[in-house]
Structure formats: structure tokens, C-alpha cells
Design a protein around this ligand. Structure first.
Ligand code: MG
Length: 390
């Protein structure tokens, strides 16, 4: 029997948070929050406490690709497809997990609470030692008033608490409760647990554990995330490859038909090599040659996306995010403009960041020098990253 698993509920359409922002139509759990998708923050928080194998995500069927790219490289299980209501999604998630492993406890958490802290997660797990259902709660500091026929009457805030997630449960009892009361509707899993007669206890929640619902919640979460990553660094990279016989080149992850090929040990993608070096430079981790020696037969003909993904992984291992990347390709030919959008998309995909954070530019050297003589091409890159304070 496995110990504790997390079930991250990410099957909503997140429409209310979508009213503003630069990613209209994208469900809030996949939107960029300080350099990473909301869902990635959330899954990462639980993976750090429970191990990635035990963090299950429930999503909408049409969001499968969005989810895959949001949690790429975290080693979390394949996402589970949810249902119409949140409650249905939780039930389907529990059923799916029960078919794979039999955990003792489950933490059910909203994907839209990406700032959940290790302390809150630990308190909920600990609470499960003395109860079958645990909810983090916080007292209400504001004075409450109830609008009644145009007047605002005072409401006592004594004994009032706000309930957050993760809500923790003994696994079998909450699964049984979800099956039994599937035809009724509950606002959260604690309410359902109460209906089933489970003993519920409260532990202290956290003000920072906000649920992103509206555009202003998003703004607040954005500030909180960025303030936790105050150490801004940049790195630069430069690379050159010589033209050789061939009829295509790889540039910024895109295969482009051309009158020549590019000479190199790997696929000779100078754009991705320069960008890889820029990321390595930003964290002081040597250069591409020290990670992937050109003398190593293993990398002959290798796709350079492997090098770039590795460098991005090193940034993430430090708890950092990639704030921005900018690549300049220097050549007379091939023409870059027709491929620029595809390049941006591909680089964003490799780095697992939003496309808004990826820039690709091109220039010539006005016929001067080796690029002007079309003997080869060059690329330079700048990467800006943010790291936690240390
Ligand atoms: Mg190179």
C-alpha cells in the first residue's frame, strides 16, 4: 500500500480568470505565472513533498496536450480525464487511482492554488493521523456585513472560517463517499465527507494559498511568484557553423530546405547551440561542449533540442524560471522570416515556457565577412532567468 497521493483537480475551463491577460481563451491552470504554467507550480509543490509518481492530475479531455507540456519532465503520471462537475472529476480521479495503486491517504487540491506551501501540505497530512477528513482553514480578519434590503447589517465573524485546499482524506472512505453521493452536489470534498459522516478536523491554512479565480487574483499571484524569484541573471551565447554539401539546415529547431547543409557534430543548429550556452551562462554552468563533448560519439547527429532541454532543466533544478530568451541569426541565406513563428513555437515548446517569452530575430552582415561570403552562419543569444533568493 502506498502512503499519500495528491489528486490535482484541473478539469475546469477557468473562464472567470480569462477576462483579461495576454493568453485569452487559455484555461487559467495553463496560463503563464511568472514563467511557468499555473499547473506546473501546483504539481511541483506536491511532487516536492510526496514524490512526482504520486501526484495525479485530472483534466478535460481537450486539454491533454496543454497538460502534457505544462508538466513535461516532472515524471508525474499520465493525466486522468475528468467529468462535467468538479465533483465528478474528483470521483473519476479517485476511481482511476484506485485501479492503479491503493493509497492510504489522498490530498485533493485545486490546480488554481499554485502557491500552496510545504507547511500547509504537511499540516494536512499530519491531521490525517487523527481524522479521516482534514481541511486547511483560515479565520476571516475583515469585518463582515450582509446586504439586506439596501442596508448593510453587521455579521459576527466569530466562528467563521474560509476553507482552502488541499483537503486530506483517508482514501477508501472518501472514494466510497464519492460513489454513494454522486447524484448530489457539494461545494467541496469536505462537505461531501461530512454528508458521509466522516470525522472532519481543521488545520491552519495560509493567506498566501490563494485560489486564482479572477484577473485580479492572477495579478496578485503573479506578484507573489515573482517576489519569490528576485535573483535576475542573464547569460549570452554565440555559435558559428560552416556551410557544407546538403539540401537542408536545422535552425532554432526547424528543418529548413536550403542549397547547402551545415557542418557539425550534432545537427549543427547554431541557434539552439547559442541559446543553450546563454542558459548555461546564466547559471554559471560551463558551456555546451562541457556538457555534450563533440568527441563523444553519442552526440553525432543528435537533435540539438536535447542540449537546450538539458540546460532548461538545470535552471529548473535550481528552482528558477526562464524569463526571456532572444536569439539573433546572422546569415544572408536562408531567409529566416518565413520560419520565425515556427521557430518561436518550437523553442517555447523545448523550454516549456510561454511563446511570449521567446524572441527570434535575423540579420545579415551586409555582404561582409564569412557570413556575407555565405561560408557559414552565426547565431547569438541572450537568456534572462530568475532564481530564488539564497
Ligand atoms: Mg555549435
Amino acid at each position: 500500500m502506498t502512503g499519500t497521493i495528491a489528486l490535482i483537480v484541473a478539469a475546469g475551463s477557468g473562464e472567470r480568470a480569462n477576462a483579461a491577460g495576454n493568453q485569452p481563451g487559455l484555461p487559467k491552470q495553463y496560463r503563464d505565472l511568472g514563467g511557468l504554467p499555473v499547473l506546473r507550480h501546483t504539481v511541483r509543490a506536491f511532487a516536492a513533498e510526496l514524490g512526482p509518481d504520486f501526484v495525479f492530475t485530472v483534466i478535460r479531455r481537450q486539454d491533454r496536450e496543454l497538460c502534457r507540456s505544462a508538466i513535461a519532465g516532472l515524471a508525474a503520471p499520465e493525466p486522468i480525464i475528468g467529468g462535467a462537475r468538479r465533483q465528478d472529476s474528483v470521483r473519476l480521479g479517485l476511481e482511476d487511482v484506485a485501479g492503479q495503486i491503493s493509497p492510504a491517504k489522498v490530498l485533493i487540491h485545486d490546480a488554481a492554488r499554485p502557491l500552496v506551501s510545504p507547511a500547509v501540505i504537511s499540516r494536512v497530512i499530519e491531521g490525517l493521523n487523527s481524522a479521516d477528513a482534514v481541511a486547511p482553514m483560515i479565520p476571516i480578519p475583515d469585518t463582515l456585513r450582509r446586504k439586506d434590503q439596501g442596508a448593510f447589517g453587521l455579521v459576527s465573524r466569530d466562528h467563521l472560517f474560509r476553507t482552502q485546499t488541499p483537503q486530506g482524506f483517508a482514501f477508501e472512505p472518501i472514494l466510497q463517499a464519492h460513489r454513494r453521493y454522486a447524484s448530489e452536489s457539494f461545494t467541496d470534498d469536505i462537505a461531501l465527507a461530512e454528508r458521509a459522516g466522516l470525522k472532519v478536523v481543521g488545520v491552519m491554512g495560509e493567506e498566501m494559498n490563494i485560489k486564482i479565480t479572477t484577473p485580479s487574483d492572477f495579478e496578485l499571484a503573479q506578484r507573489l511568484v515573482l517576489s519569490a524569484l528576485p535573483d535576475v541573471r542573464t547569460g549570452t551565447g554565440f555559435d558559428v557553423h560552416r556551410f557544407a554539401d546538403g539540401d537542408y539546415v536545422w535552425l532554432c529547431g526547424i528543418r529548413i530546405p536550403h542549397d547547402f547543409g551545415l557542418e557539425g557534430h550534432s545537427d549543427a543548429d547554431a541557434g539552439l547551440h547559442a541559446l543553450t550556452d546563454a542558459l548555461l551562462g546564466a547559471i554559471g554552468a560551463g558551456d555546451i561542449g562541457s556538457h555534450f563533448p563533440p568527441t563523444d560519439e553519442k552526440w553525432r547527429g543528435a537533435g540539438s533540442w536535447i542540449f537546450l532541454a538539458h540546460a532548461a532543466g538545470l535552471v529548473r533544478d535550481l528552482g528558477g524560471v526562464i524569463a526571456h530568451t532572444d536569439v539573433t541569426l546572422i546569415c544572408e541565406r536562408p531567409k529566416i522570416a518565413p520560419h520565425r513563428d515556427a521557430m518561436r513555437r518550437r523553442v517555447a515548446e523545448i523550454l516549456a515556457i510561454d511563446i511570449e517569452r521567446v524572441s527570434i530575430k535575423a540579420t545579415t552582415t551586409e555582404g561582409l565577412g564569412f557570413t556575407g561570403r555565405r561560408e557559414g552562419l552565426a547565431a547569438q543569444a541572450v537568456a534572462t532567468i530568475r532564481l530564488p533568493a539564497r
